[in-house]
Design a binder for this molecule. Structure first.
Ligand code: GLC
Length: 413
Protein backbone atom coordinates (compact mmCIF):
# COMPACT_ATOMS: atom_id res chain seq x y z
CA UNK A 1 0.00 0.00 0.00
CA UNK A 2 2.80 2.32 1.00
CA UNK A 3 4.48 1.65 -2.34
CA UNK A 4 1.32 2.52 -4.28
CA UNK A 5 0.91 5.73 -2.34
CA UNK A 6 4.47 6.83 -2.98
CA UNK A 7 4.07 5.98 -6.67
CA UNK A 8 0.95 8.18 -6.82
CA UNK A 9 2.87 10.91 -5.03
CA UNK A 10 5.77 10.74 -7.49
CA UNK A 11 3.41 10.71 -10.46
CA UNK A 12 1.53 13.77 -9.18
CA UNK A 13 4.85 15.51 -8.66
CA UNK A 14 6.04 14.69 -12.18
CA UNK A 15 2.74 15.82 -13.70
CA UNK A 16 2.76 19.08 -11.79
CA UNK A 17 6.33 19.79 -12.86
CA UNK A 18 5.51 19.14 -16.52
CA UNK A 19 1.98 20.52 -16.63
CA UNK A 20 1.00 24.11 -16.93
CA UNK A 21 -2.16 26.10 -16.31
CA UNK A 22 -3.14 28.96 -18.58
CA UNK A 23 -6.13 31.28 -18.39
CA UNK A 24 -8.23 32.52 -21.27
CA UNK A 25 -10.89 35.24 -21.40
CA UNK A 26 -14.12 34.42 -23.21
CA UNK A 27 -17.34 36.00 -24.38
CA UNK A 28 -20.71 34.45 -23.64
CA UNK A 29 -23.32 35.58 -26.14
CA UNK A 30 -25.76 32.85 -27.14
CA UNK A 31 -24.04 29.46 -27.02
CA UNK A 32 -20.55 30.97 -27.31
CA UNK A 33 -19.32 30.02 -23.83
CA UNK A 34 -20.75 26.50 -23.84
CA UNK A 35 -19.16 25.89 -27.25
CA UNK A 36 -15.79 27.13 -26.02
CA UNK A 37 -15.92 24.89 -22.94
CA UNK A 38 -16.45 21.90 -25.25
CA UNK A 39 -13.57 22.98 -27.48
CA UNK A 40 -11.20 23.57 -24.59
CA UNK A 41 -12.02 20.11 -23.22
CA UNK A 42 -11.08 18.62 -26.60
CA UNK A 43 -7.83 20.60 -26.49
CA UNK A 44 -6.98 19.38 -23.00
CA UNK A 45 -7.60 15.78 -24.03
CA UNK A 46 -5.10 16.19 -26.86
CA UNK A 47 -2.72 18.20 -24.65
CA UNK A 48 -2.76 16.55 -21.21
CA UNK A 49 0.11 18.74 -20.04
CA UNK A 50 -1.99 21.92 -20.33
CA UNK A 51 -4.91 22.97 -18.14
CA UNK A 52 -6.98 25.84 -19.50
CA UNK A 53 -9.09 27.93 -17.17
CA UNK A 54 -11.77 29.99 -18.86
CA UNK A 55 -12.58 33.42 -17.47
CA UNK A 56 -16.05 34.49 -18.68
CA UNK A 57 -16.12 38.21 -19.49
CA UNK A 58 -18.96 40.76 -19.51
CA UNK A 59 -20.97 40.69 -22.74
CA UNK A 60 -20.51 44.41 -23.28
CA UNK A 61 -17.41 44.93 -25.46
CA UNK A 62 -16.94 48.26 -23.66
CA UNK A 63 -16.89 46.68 -20.18
CA UNK A 64 -14.58 43.98 -21.47
CA UNK A 65 -12.23 46.58 -22.86
CA UNK A 66 -12.08 48.38 -19.52
CA UNK A 67 -11.23 45.15 -17.70
CA UNK A 68 -8.42 44.44 -20.17
CA UNK A 69 -6.99 47.89 -19.55
CA UNK A 70 -6.87 47.03 -15.85
CA UNK A 71 -5.23 43.64 -16.44
CA UNK A 72 -2.70 44.74 -19.00
CA UNK A 73 -1.73 48.08 -17.50
CA UNK A 74 -1.09 46.46 -14.11
CA UNK A 75 1.40 44.07 -15.73
CA UNK A 76 -0.09 40.86 -14.30
CA UNK A 77 0.77 37.60 -16.14
CA UNK A 78 -2.95 36.63 -16.25
CA UNK A 79 -5.03 36.20 -18.34
CA UNK A 80 -2.65 34.51 -20.80
CA UNK A 81 -4.92 34.26 -23.85
CA UNK A 82 -7.04 37.30 -24.57
CA UNK A 83 -10.11 37.37 -26.78
CA UNK A 84 -9.67 40.71 -28.55
CA UNK A 85 -12.21 42.75 -30.48
CA UNK A 86 -11.20 43.78 -34.03
CA UNK A 87 -11.01 47.41 -32.90
CA UNK A 88 -8.40 46.86 -30.20
CA UNK A 89 -5.13 45.62 -31.77
CA UNK A 90 -3.74 49.13 -32.22
CA UNK A 91 -4.38 50.06 -28.59
CA UNK A 92 -3.26 46.80 -26.99
CA UNK A 93 -0.33 45.99 -29.32
CA UNK A 94 2.33 47.08 -26.79
CA UNK A 95 0.96 44.64 -24.22
CA UNK A 96 0.73 41.61 -26.51
CA UNK A 97 3.25 38.98 -27.63
CA UNK A 98 4.59 39.70 -31.12
CA UNK A 99 3.42 36.75 -33.25
CA UNK A 100 4.94 37.90 -36.54
CA UNK A 101 7.38 34.95 -36.70
CA UNK A 102 4.53 32.50 -36.07
CA UNK A 103 2.69 33.41 -39.28
CA UNK A 104 3.27 29.96 -40.81
CA UNK A 105 2.70 28.12 -37.52
CA UNK A 106 -0.83 29.58 -37.46
CA UNK A 107 -1.27 28.91 -41.24
CA UNK A 108 -2.33 32.51 -41.81
CA UNK A 109 -2.12 32.15 -45.59
CA UNK A 110 -5.34 30.16 -45.28
CA UNK A 111 -7.23 33.08 -43.70
CA UNK A 112 -9.04 36.00 -45.34
CA UNK A 113 -6.24 38.54 -45.75
CA UNK A 114 -8.42 41.35 -44.33
CA UNK A 115 -8.76 39.52 -41.02
CA UNK A 116 -4.97 39.17 -40.76
CA UNK A 117 -4.49 42.86 -41.67
CA UNK A 118 -6.73 44.04 -38.84
CA UNK A 119 -4.47 42.17 -36.41
CA UNK A 120 -1.29 43.64 -37.79
CA UNK A 121 -0.25 46.91 -36.23
CA UNK A 122 2.88 48.76 -37.38
CA UNK A 123 4.09 45.64 -39.14
CA UNK A 124 3.63 43.36 -36.14
CA UNK A 125 1.12 40.55 -35.97
CA UNK A 126 -0.44 40.82 -32.51
CA UNK A 127 -3.34 38.35 -32.66
CA UNK A 128 -4.78 35.48 -34.71
CA UNK A 129 -8.23 35.97 -36.31
CA UNK A 130 -10.74 33.69 -34.60
CA UNK A 131 -14.16 34.61 -35.93
CA UNK A 132 -15.54 37.46 -37.96
CA UNK A 133 -18.81 39.35 -37.59
CA UNK A 134 -21.01 41.58 -39.71
CA UNK A 135 -24.28 43.27 -38.82
CA UNK A 136 -27.23 41.53 -40.52
CA UNK A 137 -31.01 41.83 -40.64
CA UNK A 138 -33.08 38.99 -39.23
CA UNK A 139 -36.73 38.93 -40.27
CA UNK A 140 -39.82 36.84 -39.66
CA UNK A 141 -40.46 35.09 -42.97
CA UNK A 142 -43.85 33.83 -41.79
CA UNK A 143 -45.11 37.30 -40.78
CA UNK A 144 -43.91 39.06 -43.95
CA UNK A 145 -45.73 36.43 -45.95
CA UNK A 146 -48.89 36.60 -43.83
CA UNK A 147 -49.21 40.36 -44.38
CA UNK A 148 -47.98 40.38 -47.98
CA UNK A 149 -44.67 42.23 -47.52
CA UNK A 150 -41.44 41.66 -49.46
CA UNK A 151 -38.09 41.44 -47.71
CA UNK A 152 -37.24 45.16 -47.15
CA UNK A 153 -34.68 46.78 -49.44
CA UNK A 154 -34.73 50.25 -47.93
CA UNK A 155 -35.17 51.57 -44.39
CA UNK A 156 -38.54 52.95 -45.46
CA UNK A 157 -39.63 49.47 -46.60
CA UNK A 158 -38.63 48.12 -43.22
CA UNK A 159 -40.36 50.98 -41.42
CA UNK A 160 -43.70 50.41 -43.17
CA UNK A 161 -43.69 46.63 -42.77
CA UNK A 162 -42.50 46.77 -39.15
CA UNK A 163 -45.13 49.34 -38.18
CA UNK A 164 -48.01 47.54 -39.81
CA UNK A 165 -47.14 43.99 -38.75
CA UNK A 166 -46.18 44.93 -35.21
CA UNK A 167 -49.50 46.73 -34.71
CA UNK A 168 -51.51 43.84 -36.14
CA UNK A 169 -49.63 41.22 -34.12
CA UNK A 170 -49.19 43.23 -30.93
CA UNK A 171 -45.41 42.72 -30.94
CA UNK A 172 -42.33 44.93 -31.48
CA UNK A 173 -41.36 46.11 -34.95
CA UNK A 174 -37.58 46.33 -35.06
CA UNK A 175 -35.06 45.66 -32.27
CA UNK A 176 -31.36 46.52 -32.34
CA UNK A 177 -28.56 47.58 -29.99
CA UNK A 178 -29.12 51.06 -28.54
CA UNK A 179 -27.51 50.85 -25.08
CA UNK A 180 -24.66 53.18 -24.31
CA UNK A 181 -21.73 50.98 -25.37
CA UNK A 182 -19.68 49.79 -28.37
CA UNK A 183 -22.64 48.01 -29.99
CA UNK A 184 -24.40 51.36 -30.44
CA UNK A 185 -21.41 52.69 -32.36
CA UNK A 186 -21.69 49.64 -34.65
CA UNK A 187 -25.42 50.22 -35.23
CA UNK A 188 -24.97 53.96 -35.75
CA UNK A 189 -22.18 53.41 -38.30
CA UNK A 190 -24.50 51.16 -40.30
CA UNK A 191 -27.20 53.84 -40.43
CA UNK A 192 -24.64 56.53 -41.29
CA UNK A 193 -23.02 54.51 -44.08
CA UNK A 194 -26.37 53.36 -45.45
CA UNK A 195 -27.37 57.03 -45.80
CA UNK A 196 -24.06 57.79 -47.57
CA UNK A 197 -22.60 59.58 -44.53
CA UNK A 198 -19.21 59.18 -42.85
CA UNK A 199 -17.63 59.92 -39.48
CA UNK A 200 -13.89 59.54 -40.08
CA UNK A 201 -11.87 59.06 -43.24
CA UNK A 202 -8.14 58.20 -43.23
CA UNK A 203 -7.87 59.27 -39.60
CA UNK A 204 -9.56 62.63 -40.27
CA UNK A 205 -12.86 63.69 -38.72
CA UNK A 206 -15.38 64.29 -41.53
CA UNK A 207 -18.59 64.38 -39.48
CA UNK A 208 -19.34 67.98 -40.55
CA UNK A 209 -17.70 67.82 -43.98
CA UNK A 210 -20.28 69.26 -46.43
CA UNK A 211 -20.18 65.95 -48.33
CA UNK A 212 -21.47 64.06 -45.29
CA UNK A 213 -22.97 66.52 -42.80
CA UNK A 214 -26.63 66.42 -43.90
CA UNK A 215 -26.49 62.67 -44.42
CA UNK A 216 -25.12 62.10 -40.93
CA UNK A 217 -27.94 64.20 -39.48
CA UNK A 218 -30.52 62.34 -41.57
CA UNK A 219 -29.20 58.95 -40.42
CA UNK A 220 -29.34 59.91 -36.74
CA UNK A 221 -32.78 61.46 -37.20
CA UNK A 222 -33.95 58.17 -38.69
CA UNK A 223 -32.76 56.15 -35.70
CA UNK A 224 -34.61 58.57 -33.45
CA UNK A 225 -37.73 58.40 -35.60
CA UNK A 226 -37.84 54.59 -35.28
CA UNK A 227 -38.20 55.04 -31.54
CA UNK A 228 -40.44 58.13 -31.65
CA UNK A 229 -42.93 56.42 -33.95
CA UNK A 230 -42.98 53.19 -31.98
CA UNK A 231 -41.39 50.93 -34.62
CA UNK A 232 -38.56 50.34 -32.15
CA UNK A 233 -39.43 50.06 -28.44
CA UNK A 234 -38.11 52.79 -26.13
CA UNK A 235 -36.31 50.09 -24.17
CA UNK A 236 -33.83 49.76 -27.06
CA UNK A 237 -31.70 52.38 -25.32
CA UNK A 238 -30.82 49.63 -22.82
CA UNK A 239 -30.47 46.73 -25.26
CA UNK A 240 -27.23 45.00 -26.12
CA UNK A 241 -27.02 41.94 -28.39
CA UNK A 242 -28.58 39.47 -25.99
CA UNK A 243 -31.53 41.67 -25.00
CA UNK A 244 -32.46 42.11 -28.66
CA UNK A 245 -31.97 38.41 -29.37
CA UNK A 246 -34.16 37.26 -26.47
CA UNK A 247 -37.06 39.46 -27.63
CA UNK A 248 -36.74 38.34 -31.24
CA UNK A 249 -36.26 34.69 -30.38
CA UNK A 250 -39.29 34.79 -28.15
CA UNK A 251 -41.36 35.76 -31.17
CA UNK A 252 -41.81 39.34 -29.92
CA UNK A 253 -40.35 41.29 -32.85
CA UNK A 254 -40.68 41.33 -36.64
CA UNK A 255 -37.11 42.45 -37.39
CA UNK A 256 -33.80 42.39 -35.55
CA UNK A 257 -30.35 43.74 -36.30
CA UNK A 258 -27.73 41.42 -34.83
CA UNK A 259 -24.56 39.43 -35.57
CA UNK A 260 -24.64 35.89 -37.01
CA UNK A 261 -24.44 34.16 -33.60
CA UNK A 262 -28.22 34.50 -33.15
CA UNK A 263 -28.94 32.10 -36.03
CA UNK A 264 -28.46 28.65 -34.39
CA UNK A 265 -30.43 29.80 -31.35
CA UNK A 266 -33.31 31.17 -33.40
CA UNK A 267 -33.51 27.77 -35.08
CA UNK A 268 -32.88 25.60 -32.03
CA UNK A 269 -35.38 22.81 -31.24
CA UNK A 270 -36.97 24.79 -28.41
CA UNK A 271 -37.09 28.14 -30.25
CA UNK A 272 -40.61 29.52 -30.80
CA UNK A 273 -39.45 30.91 -34.18
CA UNK A 274 -37.63 27.82 -35.47
CA UNK A 275 -37.84 27.71 -39.27
CA UNK A 276 -39.62 31.08 -39.45
CA UNK A 277 -36.56 33.30 -39.75
CA UNK A 278 -34.81 34.81 -42.75
CA UNK A 279 -31.54 36.71 -42.92
CA UNK A 280 -30.57 39.46 -45.30
CA UNK A 281 -28.38 42.50 -45.71
CA UNK A 282 -29.35 45.59 -43.68
CA UNK A 283 -31.51 48.01 -45.73
CA UNK A 284 -30.32 50.91 -47.87
CA UNK A 285 -30.79 54.54 -46.95
CA UNK A 286 -32.58 56.97 -49.30
CA UNK A 287 -31.28 58.73 -52.41
CA UNK A 288 -28.55 57.97 -54.92
CA UNK A 289 -25.89 57.64 -52.20
CA UNK A 290 -27.93 55.20 -50.14
CA UNK A 291 -26.27 51.79 -49.86
CA UNK A 292 -26.36 48.56 -47.88
CA UNK A 293 -23.85 48.57 -45.08
CA UNK A 294 -22.71 46.19 -42.38
CA UNK A 295 -20.23 47.03 -39.67
CA UNK A 296 -17.25 44.70 -39.54
CA UNK A 297 -16.85 43.00 -36.18
CA UNK A 298 -15.07 39.93 -34.96
CA UNK A 299 -12.71 38.60 -32.34
CA UNK A 300 -9.10 37.51 -32.31
CA UNK A 301 -6.80 35.69 -29.95
CA UNK A 302 -3.67 37.36 -28.58
CA UNK A 303 -1.24 36.55 -25.78
CA UNK A 304 -0.38 38.64 -22.73
CA UNK A 305 3.23 39.83 -23.05
CA UNK A 306 3.68 39.34 -19.28
CA UNK A 307 3.02 35.60 -19.44
CA UNK A 308 6.01 33.31 -18.81
CA UNK A 309 7.76 31.61 -21.77
CA UNK A 310 6.09 28.28 -20.85
CA UNK A 311 2.66 29.94 -20.65
CA UNK A 312 3.27 31.64 -23.99
CA UNK A 313 4.20 28.32 -25.60
CA UNK A 314 1.06 26.62 -24.23
CA UNK A 315 -1.08 29.63 -25.27
CA UNK A 316 0.21 29.39 -28.82
CA UNK A 317 -0.78 25.74 -28.94
CA UNK A 318 -4.28 26.62 -27.69
CA UNK A 319 -4.66 29.41 -30.24
CA UNK A 320 -3.47 27.17 -33.06
CA UNK A 321 -6.02 24.57 -31.99
CA UNK A 322 -8.97 26.99 -31.67
CA UNK A 323 -8.27 28.67 -35.01
CA UNK A 324 -7.74 25.40 -36.91
CA UNK A 325 -10.10 24.45 -39.76
CA UNK A 326 -11.80 21.77 -37.67
CA UNK A 327 -12.45 24.06 -34.71
CA UNK A 328 -13.61 27.00 -36.82
CA UNK A 329 -16.16 24.68 -38.40
CA UNK A 330 -17.16 23.44 -34.92
CA UNK A 331 -17.68 27.04 -33.79
CA UNK A 332 -19.67 27.96 -36.89
CA UNK A 333 -21.95 24.95 -36.39
CA UNK A 334 -22.43 25.21 -32.62
CA UNK A 335 -22.10 28.94 -31.88
CA UNK A 336 -23.00 30.38 -35.32
CA UNK A 337 -19.78 32.40 -35.27
CA UNK A 338 -18.40 33.03 -38.71
CA UNK A 339 -15.01 31.54 -39.73
CA UNK A 340 -11.92 33.54 -40.67
CA UNK A 341 -10.48 30.68 -42.75
CA UNK A 342 -11.55 30.69 -46.38
CA UNK A 343 -12.01 26.94 -46.68
CA UNK A 344 -14.14 26.66 -43.57
CA UNK A 345 -16.98 28.16 -45.66
CA UNK A 346 -16.84 25.30 -48.14
CA UNK A 347 -17.05 22.64 -45.48
CA UNK A 348 -20.39 20.79 -45.82
CA UNK A 349 -20.93 20.94 -42.04
CA UNK A 350 -20.70 24.75 -42.05
CA UNK A 351 -23.01 24.99 -45.05
CA UNK A 352 -25.61 22.68 -43.57
CA UNK A 353 -25.79 24.54 -40.26
CA UNK A 354 -25.70 28.04 -41.76
CA UNK A 355 -27.31 27.77 -45.19
CA UNK A 356 -27.69 31.56 -45.39
CA UNK A 357 -23.90 32.13 -45.60
CA UNK A 358 -23.83 31.61 -49.36
CA UNK A 359 -26.57 34.20 -49.95
CA UNK A 360 -24.95 36.93 -47.93
CA UNK A 361 -21.28 36.19 -48.42
CA UNK A 362 -20.96 39.64 -49.99
CA UNK A 363 -22.10 41.24 -46.75
CA UNK A 364 -19.17 39.65 -44.96
CA UNK A 365 -16.71 40.47 -47.69
CA UNK A 366 -17.82 44.13 -47.88
CA UNK A 367 -18.34 44.77 -44.16
CA UNK A 368 -17.08 48.24 -43.23
CA UNK A 369 -14.42 48.63 -40.52
CA UNK A 370 -14.61 51.13 -37.70
CA UNK A 371 -11.80 53.70 -37.62
CA UNK A 372 -8.42 52.10 -36.79
CA UNK A 373 -6.70 54.10 -34.06
CA UNK A 374 -4.80 53.55 -30.81
CA UNK A 375 -7.42 55.84 -29.23
CA UNK A 376 -10.36 54.11 -30.90
CA UNK A 377 -12.10 53.50 -27.55
CA UNK A 378 -12.18 57.23 -26.81
CA UNK A 379 -13.44 57.96 -30.32
CA UNK A 380 -16.18 55.38 -29.95
CA UNK A 381 -17.12 56.69 -26.50
CA UNK A 382 -17.80 60.10 -28.08
CA UNK A 383 -19.90 58.46 -30.77
CA UNK A 384 -22.09 56.17 -28.67
CA UNK A 385 -22.60 58.60 -25.80
CA UNK A 386 -23.67 61.40 -28.18
CA UNK A 387 -25.98 59.12 -30.17
CA UNK A 388 -27.45 57.77 -26.94
CA UNK A 389 -28.39 61.27 -25.81
CA UNK A 390 -30.46 61.64 -28.96
CA UNK A 391 -32.14 58.26 -28.52
CA UNK A 392 -33.21 59.05 -24.96
CA UNK A 393 -34.59 62.40 -26.12
CA UNK A 394 -32.15 64.80 -24.47
CA UNK A 395 -30.42 66.14 -27.63
CA UNK A 396 -31.54 67.11 -31.13
CA UNK A 397 -29.85 65.16 -33.98
CA UNK A 398 -28.36 68.29 -35.59
CA UNK A 399 -26.86 69.52 -32.31
CA UNK A 400 -25.59 66.00 -31.67
CA UNK A 401 -23.75 65.86 -35.01
CA UNK A 402 -22.25 69.32 -34.33
CA UNK A 403 -21.12 68.24 -30.86
CA UNK A 404 -19.70 65.02 -32.23
CA UNK A 405 -17.70 66.88 -34.88
CA UNK A 406 -16.26 69.27 -32.26
CA UNK A 407 -15.48 66.56 -29.70
CA UNK A 408 -13.89 64.17 -32.18
CA UNK A 409 -11.74 66.96 -33.58
CA UNK A 410 -10.63 67.94 -30.08
CA UNK A 411 -9.64 64.33 -29.50
CA UNK A 412 -7.79 63.66 -32.72
CA UNK A 413 -6.36 66.94 -34.01
C1 GLC B 1 -19.66 41.98 -31.65
C2 GLC B 1 -18.58 42.30 -32.66
C3 GLC B 1 -17.59 43.27 -32.09
C4 GLC B 1 -18.32 44.50 -31.61
C5 GLC B 1 -19.37 44.13 -30.58
C6 GLC B 1 -20.20 45.34 -30.19
O1 GLC B 1 -19.13 41.23 -30.59
O2 GLC B 1 -17.92 41.15 -33.08
O3 GLC B 1 -16.63 43.62 -33.07
O4 GLC B 1 -17.45 45.47 -31.09
O5 GLC B 1 -20.23 43.16 -31.12
O6 GLC B 1 -21.19 45.02 -29.30
Amino acid sequence: MKKVLSLVFVLTLVLSVFSITITMTAGAVGTELQTLIEQVNMFMEENPDVTVQILPMPNSATDRHDLYVTYLASGTPDPDVLQLDVIWPAEFAPFLVDLTDDYDYFELDEFFPGTVDTNTYQGQLVAVPWFTDAGILYYRKDLLEKYGYEVPETWDDLFTAAKDISEMEGINGFVWQGAQYEGLTCNFMEFVHSFGGEIMEDGKVVVDDPKYYEKNIAALTYMDKLIEEGVTPRGVTTYMEEEARRIFQNGDAVFMRNWPYAWPLANAENSPIKGKVGITVLPKGPGPDGRNSATLGGWNLGINANSSPAEIEASKRLIKFLTSHEQQVYKAVHAGQTPTRVEAYQDPRTIEANDFYADILDVFLNAEPRPASPIYSEISYQIYSTVHQVLVGSLEPKRAIDNLAANLKALTE
